[in-house]
Design a protein around this ligand. Sequence first.
Ligand code: F42
Length: 144
Amino acid sequence: MPLSGDYLPSTADWARTQAETFEASDGAEANDMRGKPIIVLTTVGAKTGALRKTALMRVEHGGDYVVVASKGGAHDEPKWAGNMRREPHVELQDGAEKHDYTARELAGDERSVWWERAVEAWPDYANYQTRTDRLIALFLLERR
Ligand code: F42
């Protein structure tokens, strides 16, 4: 059952433009960040109940995905992470494919394995973690 609700654009212009262009072109345009592939995550706003669409780096293994709440190493966590803790049903678009997933926050060894995969996909994640005391949250998205 796909998510339903009104789409509320992000206040981050660059990220909003990338998410919207990626989705409108079925993943044919605006599909990378410095040559590395992105995905678009749709979450349900924790306060508005609106659909929030967020461009994120693509971290995939065996059909599962991880999304990394890095926000460039900012001290505050991205809002989409809180949205997922409240409503774990999310949509992820990878290229032209969009499916429903259930998000689960990772910890311990499972998190360590996926952190390695994330840093391999986007090495800057390791730099972002040095910029903040918060442990950057990782969420595993398993197909519904
Ligand atoms: N961000 C990452 O954290 N990780 C990545 O791997 C990543 C990759 C990436 C690639 C391309 C690109 O263009 C952007 C990329 N970003 C990445 C940035 C990402 O797209 C987001 O801009 C960033 O993570 C910040 O997410 P955010 O959810 O905090 O977005 C802000 C800018 C935002 O849109 N805020 C809204 C606002 O109005 O200020 C609120 C959004 C929201 O979800 N509101 C909730 C609601 O109910 O609607 C309430 C939230 C609450 O509890 O207050």
